[in-house]
Design a protein around this ligand. Structure first.
Ligand SMILES: *Cc1c(COP(=O)(O)O)cnc(C)c1O
Length: 398
């Protein structure tokens, strides 16, 4: 691996150095195991005295290329590729924590991460306390003697609230806690949590890293002294990534900067156009002047991200008719695709929360989440505005 100065060059030029046929693009290493030259090499590799692939559950060159590149982009020391984003979230916690430990977590976390914290870890005696992302002044009071980790997402889903990463890094350092940031929404192109004091950065590669809605995967990067414990955990529990998917993610990272630039440019245009639309109660986007944390967002993010949310007037029912009147946009739970995708969090991704809980994480019955894709921005806008028009309540004549 060479030292390239700029993000784009790192994303494109970081490749595995295995070049048996002088191939320009690294091949996919679809093999479950690797051979040893002799008994001594086998012994030394198992003893960790020399590097090298042994078995794909441990490491594989295609996955290494993906993870080495992601480490460079996140400015992290080392990392592990996992079979899904949730395998990354789970392993980053289970590999470092034990019964009796406590996690301080932002209430605004991904749905399955919420299930992990509230349903799965308590079975093994790992407890958590939720804190509100918009009330950072309350966080320090919730740190207990057995707190070991702080976990947060920024921007949050679907609230699009921002947490000050410098402040959070300081809080973690002051109390000697592991700071674990899910950087899925921003990607390393927009923000690098390690620079602000995060020890672990977790990803769902399924989203913007793949960027084309093709496959599932995840990653954990961070400090080697912590990653080694997680590596022991994943090596022996087996949430390993298929080399085929590792190859896809490595190739996809090459275009991450250009894709993210365009996603964010389209998203900002859409947010600016829709703000003040008479059929909407409000529009939220981190780089909109009206966002309560716009200055913080601009301080720690390169662009505002690809997610835009708005609340349609008419609430839950109007949200449904709005979705039914879309012609181009895809109605799907995924995000981070080349295609613009639309979700109604209240009835789908966050339907397990009570209405009261939904409100606490910024979900109104009329909230629509758009993951802005790479289509022509005018086509995306035309579809949204058309569906808003078509879903208008017909005036009843008396
Ligand atoms: C999708 C997502 C996950 C889970 O990732 P999978 O790849 O679906 O397992 C975790 N965190 C965030 C923020 C996500 O958007």
């Amino acid at each position: 691996m060479s030292d390239y100065k700029h993000f784009e060059s790192k994303a494109i030029r970081t490749q595995s150095d295995n070049r048996l046929h002088r191939e320009h693009s690294a091949p996919i290493f679809m093999t479950s195991s690797f051979t040893f030259e002799d008994a001594e090499q086998a012994r030394a590799m198992f003893a960790d005295e020399i590097d090298g692939s042994i078995y794909t559950r441990f490491t594989n060159p295609s996955n290494n290329e993906f993870i080495d590149k992601l480490c460079l982009l996140e400015e992290a020391e080392s990392g592990i590729a996992t079979a899904s984003g949730m395998a990354a979230m789970f392993s980053s916690m289970a590999g470092l924590l034990k019964a009796g430990d406590h996690i301080l977590a932002s209430r605004s976390v991904f749905g399955s991460t919420h299930q992990l914290l509230t349903q799965i870890f308590p079975k093994w005696g790992i407890e958590h306390t939720y804190v509100d992302i918009d009330k950072p002044e309350t966080w320090a009071n919730e740190i207990k003697p057995n707190t070991r980790m702080i976990f947060a997402e920024t921007p949050s889903n679907p609230g699009l609230d921002i947490i000050d990463l410098d402040w959070l890094g300081g809080l973690a350092a002051e109390h000697d806690l592991i700071l674990n940031i899910d950087n899925c929404f921003a990607t390393p192109f927009l923000q690098q949590p390690v620079k602000h004091g995060a020890h672990i950065v977790t990803h769902s590669a399924t989203k913007f890293i793949d960027g084309q809605g093709r496959t599932i995967g995840g990653a954990i990067v961070g400090k080697e002294e912590l990653i080694q414990h997680i590596r022991f955990f994943t090596r022996h529990t087996g949430p390993s990534l298929s080399p085929f998917n590792g190859w896809i993610f490595s190739k996809s990272l090459e275009t991450l900067p250009v894709r993210m630039e365009k996603h964010c440019e389209n998203a900002l245009k859409i947010a600016e156009y829709l703000e003040g639309h008479e059929e909407l109660v409000s529009v939220k986007y981190p780089f909109l002047k009206s966002h309560p944390q716009v200055n913080l967002a601009k301080k720690q993010m390169r662009y505002g991200g690809a997610l835009v949310t708005f609340i349609v007037s008419g609430g839950y029912d109007r949200a449904g008719t709005f979705l039914d009147n879309l012609k181009m946009l895809s109605l799907t739970a995924n995000l981070g695709d080349t295609r613009t995708t639309v979700t109604h969090p209240s009835s789908t991704t966050h339907s397990k929360l009570t209405l009261e809980e939904q409100k606490r994480v910024g979900i109104e019955p009329g909230l629509i989440r758009i993951s802005v894709g790479l289509e022509n921005v005018n086509d995306i806008l035309e579809d949204i505005v058309g569906a808003l028009e078509a879903s208008k309540k017909k005036k009843v004549l008396n």
